[in-house]
Design a protein around this ligand. Structure first.
Ligand SMILES: Cc1ncc(C[n+]2csc(CCOP(=O)(O)OP(=O)(O)O)c2C)c(N)n1
Length: 278
């Protein structure tokens, strides 16, 4: 099925804000920045005959609301389940749990592990003659972790051409800006130095990201693992939340919520989601 990816992404943004507003605090800015990347990867995984074999590892597990919203948008979980986010006994916790929700590839939240896990899966795929891909979705602050670069070194040394890492470069990390903590180094250049192919894309343009995934998967001469640096905006699409450290983990107040719903055009694009949460 041909999906309107831009619409899907904007509907997910609505779902993310609804979860944060109705179910207490959430990693809002982190979820809004990464939603385009997640939707693009999920759409890639969802299309074609070998769809079920590709696997996505959300390494920045605190962006769980984005993952849950995307799973609901793709009909993998019921949208009504989003209502249970961050409530007792829910399957949709602040961080994703594979034990509770088998649709999730691994229980994440402790940063720094997704790249190495995806690299292991990619190697396993190759050893079994399975031509599917492993994707890891990372935060930019997460690349401060040494384990990321151990995994990157391993993946390049193994020529894991079936491994794709997306780095959500939203320039904010928890209580500081990326540059304050990590300096002005280019993440793309770091991956290149580790023997990867690396490209930078506008991080909140789902169609461009999806096109690039297709290009890479069709490329017959792939010789390196691929890092896609998503030049994204923290809190994307909601003006009062964009590019601010404050919104890493927070609940919108009534005015902020109303503004977000207006700016996202929620009444027109997601009346079903508003109905669920009303
Ligand atoms: C190993 C580990 N250390 C610290 C944390 C606490 N923590 C949660 S989110 C976060 C910031 C991550 O920043 P970034 O990767 O840039 O993601 P963003 O929130 O910007 O999407 C930190 C340090 C954690 N989850 N895991």
């Amino acid at each position: 099925m041909e999906r309107n990816l831009d619409l899907a992404t904007r509907r997910c943004a609505v779902a993310i804000v609804l979860m944060a507003y109705y179910r207490g605090e959430a990693h809002l800015a982190s979820s809004l920045s990464v939603i385009d990347g997640l939707i693009a990867v999920l759409n890639f995984v969802d299309k074609g005959e070998s769809s079920s074999k590709h696997r996505i590892f959300l390494s920045k597990g605190h962006a769980a609301p984005a993952l849950y919203a995307a799973l609901a948008e793709f009909g993998i979980i019921e949208p009504e389940e989003l209502l249970t986010f961050n409530t007792p006994m829910t399957r949709l916790g602040i961080h994703p749990s594979r034990t509770l929700l088998p649709e999730v590839e691994y229980s994440s939240g402790s940063l720094g592990h997704g790249l190495a896990i995806a690299a292991g899966v990619a190697l396993g795929n190759r050893l079994r003659g399975n031509d599917s891909f492993a994707f890891a979705v990372l935060g930019d602050g997460e690349t401060n972790e040494g384990s990321i670069w151990e995994g990157a070194m391993f993946a390049a040394n193994q020529n894991l051409t079936n491994l794709v890492v997306l780095v959500d470069h939203n320039k904010v990390q928890s209580v500081a800006r990326y540059e304050e903590v990590a300096g002005g180094y280019s993440i793309a250049n770091k991956f290149k130095a580790f023997g990867w192919e690396a490209i930078t894309l506008p991080g909140n343009n789902v169609n461009l990201i999806f096109e690039e995934l297709n290009r890479f998967s069709n490329e017959s001469q792939r010789i390196k693992p691929l890092a896609i640096i998503l030049d994204s905006t923290a809190g994307a699409r909601v003006s009062c939340m964009e590019n601010q450290v404050l919104w890493h983990y927070r609940r919108p107040n009534d005015q902020e919520f109303d503004l977000a719903m207006r700016e996202l055009d929620a009444a027109n694009i997601a009346p079903d989601l508003l109905e669920i949460f009303s």
